[in-house]
Design a protein around this ligand. Structure first.
Ligand code: CTP
Ligand code: MG
Length: 387
């Protein structure tokens, strides 16, 4: 398989967007627009590397946008998009022999919504085509106008609106760009066409719009900043063993027995952690704290909860509420409920009003009724960014 590099052009001035800095650096839901675009390519299974073409005058903003992405040094762009792409392609030829890419996907930084499956389909088509262009068949009736007056209706048969990423065999597009120097061509497919390369049109994506105007920036802010509500649940049981207290929801409760487990066997915190992992969609206690991993043995379960809380922070997840139920005949837990709620709130760095701890028995039925152990369950609801 030839290697595939994504070349992101971000050297424009974004004049039509009217922001006080080039649109690719405009803040969209807490991140520069360019960083959303980089996220689409960085780590994509069909992409082996990403490089970005910029205007060096905006290097500070670029560094902020590229923070956390492995994209190498930026490449200095030119006065037109075509010149910026040409500069990017020439820079890629400086790669060590053997590292010059086989394929290149050229993409506008101003198209942050590009779906992963479109990137995949462009790369797949490069298996049989030298040049691949995603586009959408024009649906609206087309009018030709002069001074606000319609002069003609343009047949739309066979007309498509071009998008990026446009994919090419690297050598073919490099030679085509060298040849096109001096001519003004609006996209890389046009450069390829001018060099006699057959360009294959594939279905683009309706969402893959280019941010051009101030309205487009506003639309990007409302759709890329979207958050959603997710729920997770947890269930756990620990058996009694010899001892003089149990730890539940981070609170020590005196009892004639203890609870068996690798940690402090805090069934309340275990169900809470599992519910958090459930809402985050990231496995369970066993995934993150394998029973064989002695690192966690003898540790308070609050240490495990701290790991789950760090994962929530990393995902920018906010707790809406946590509801924990403890199920046992003995010890009686009702008078410890306020302390447990306070402690859980403290460990989650949340207001106590968002936490609820319930206790119940099973009317003498089952293992809990027979006093063999303590069971618990929890439901956690989080507000987090749409992945
Ligand atoms: N681009 C570039 N170098 C240029 C001009 C444009 O790399 N000299 C890039 C832009 O940064 C953008 C993409 O090409 O990601 C598409 O161009 P366009 O949407 O026209 O962006 P701008 O030229 O920045 O915007 P405007 O035309 O409104 O000034
Ligand atoms: Mg432009």
């Amino acid at each position: 398989m030839p290697s595939t590099v994504a070349l992101i052009v971000a050297a424009g001035r974004g004049e039509r967007a009217g922001a006080d800095l080039p649109k690719q650096y405009a803040d969209i839901a807490g991140r520069p627009l360019l960083s959303w675009t980089l996220s689409a390519f960085h780590g994509h299974p069909a992409i082996d590397g990403v490089r970005v073409v910029i205007d060096p005058a905006w290097r500070d903003h670029y560094d902020r946008a590229a923070d956390g992405f492995d994209v190498g040094l930026p490449i200095d762009g030119g006065a037109s998009r075509q010149a910026s792409v040409a500069a990017g392609l020439e820079a890629l030829t400086d790669n060590a022999p053997g590292n010059v890419p086989g394929n290149v996907l050229i993409h506008d930084a101003a198209r942050p919504f590009v779906p992963a499956d479109l990137i995949q389909r462009v790369v797949d088509h490069l298996g049989t085509a030298q040049a691949v262009l995603p586009g959408l068949a024009v649906a609206d009736t087309l009018k030709r106008c002069e001074n606000g007056l319609v002069t003609a209706t343009q047949p739309r048969d066979g007309l498509w609106a071009a998008q990026t990423p446009q994919g090419f065999h690297f050598d073919a597009i490099l030679q085509a760009h060298r040849k096109a120097k001096g001519q003004a061509l609006t996209d890389d497919a046009a450069v390829a066409e001018a060099a006699g390369i057959t360009v294959h049109m594939i279905e683009g994506a309706v969402d893959n719009t280019k941010i051009t105007t101030p309205d487009d920036l506003e639309r990007a802010r409302s759709s890329l900043g979207q958050r959603e509500i997710r729920t997770g649940m947890g269930f756990d049981v620990h058996a009694f063993k010899d001892g003089d207290h149990v730890t539940l929801c981070g609170v020590e409760v005196p009892h004639s027995q203890g609870l068996a487990g690798n940690t402090d066997a805090d069934v309340g915190l275990h169900v809470l952690i599992d519910a958090i992992f459930g809402a985050l969609g990231t496995g369970d206690l066993g995934t993150h704290f394998p029973p064989g991993d002695t690192k966690w043995h003898g540790r308070p379960s609050s240490d495990l909860l701290a790991v789950a809380v760090a994962m929530m922070k990393e995902r920018d997840a906010r707790l809406i509420n946590a509801d924990i139920t403890l199920i046992c005949e003995r010890p009686r837990l009702a008078r410890h409920q306020p302390a447990m709620r306070e402690r859980v709130a403290e460990l989650l760095d949340a207001e106590p009003a968002r936490i609820n701890v319930k206790v119940t028995s099973t009317d003498g039925l089952g293992f809990a009724g027979r006093g063999e152990g303590i069971a618990g369950n929890a439901v956690v609801t989080l507000d987090l960014p749409v992945p």
